[in-house]
Design a protein around this ligand. Sequence first.
Ligand SMILES: NC(=O)c1ccc[n+]([C@@H]2O[C@H](COP(=O)([O-])OP(=O)(O)OC[C@H]3O[C@@H](n4cnc5c(N)ncnc54)[C@H](OP(=O)(O)O)[C@@H]3O)[C@@H](O)[C@H]2O)c1
Length: 251
Amino acid sequence: MSSAPEGKLEGKVALVTGASSGIGEATARMLAAEGAAVAIAARRADRLRALGDELTAAGARVHVIALDVTDEEAVRSAVASTVETLGGLDILVNNAGLMLLGPVEDADTTDWSRMIGTNLTGVLHLTHAALPHLLRGQGTVVQISSVAGRVAVRGAAVYNATKFAVNAFSESLRQEVTERGVRVVVVEPGTVETELREHITHAPSKAAIEERVAKIRQLRSTDIAEAVRYAVTAPPHVMVGEIFIRPTDQA
Ligand SMILES: NC(=O)c1ccc[n+]([C@@H]2O[C@H](COP(=O)([O-])OP(=O)(O)OC[C@H]3O[C@@H](n4cnc5c(N)ncnc54)[C@H](OP(=O)(O)O)[C@@H]3O)[C@@H](O)[C@H]2O)c1
């Protein structure tokens, strides 16, 4: 009797932030299906537990972490508990994010602080905490950035600013660590059908984006997980630096 084919990530440990929905959830499923042990982190622990139970039942080793990525101490504990529970850290997927669109004029600046804390400072602290482990095992950091990290548009100023910053940080980090075997991958999706837009507080911006996306075939979270799979399962000498992925219908 032939046994099932081995996943390409057997023996690897991954930590995915924002794994309670959307792209992060799909990425955690993909990594587990490839044989990785996965630490899944986000604030909604109930959702994580349900996902964790499902992945465990399918044979994966899973560590569930209730985490707010804006809390630096909690971020450091999350990395430490991943290493302790799952035996190391080879792949960090910085995915947790918020897209609180709206004009600069009259903006609710608490939206800005939340986006900067989640999309940028959270990514910096997670990467910093994970780096010693990634350097030890020649691991990979995957940043779920955005088309918004390459192209600025009216009504997205601070979301654009956070994602441009992630891209700049990632290119500088790449130059610092690539010769020591650590790969830094930036994934830049266009519109993906997830809960991301539900959190927009500026009603006209929310209505405008809902109207725009209703006319197109959006990407699915699994499309982005496939892009991550391509990068993290590439041979160690191959550094897939950037994946820009848009819906065909998005001009
Ligand atoms: N959807 C798109 O069109 C699109 C396009 C380009 C890029 N992206 C990027 O893709 C990433 C994932 O978004 P998504 O589209 O999958 O949306 P989503 O379904 O809303 O997922 C966002 C995830 O981030 C988590 N999160 C938010 N704030 C957090 C915090 N303070 N601490 C920990 N986790 C936090 C959420 O979990 P909890 O609420 O449970 O904490 C959730 O799991 C984001 O970085 C986003 O910018 C999305």
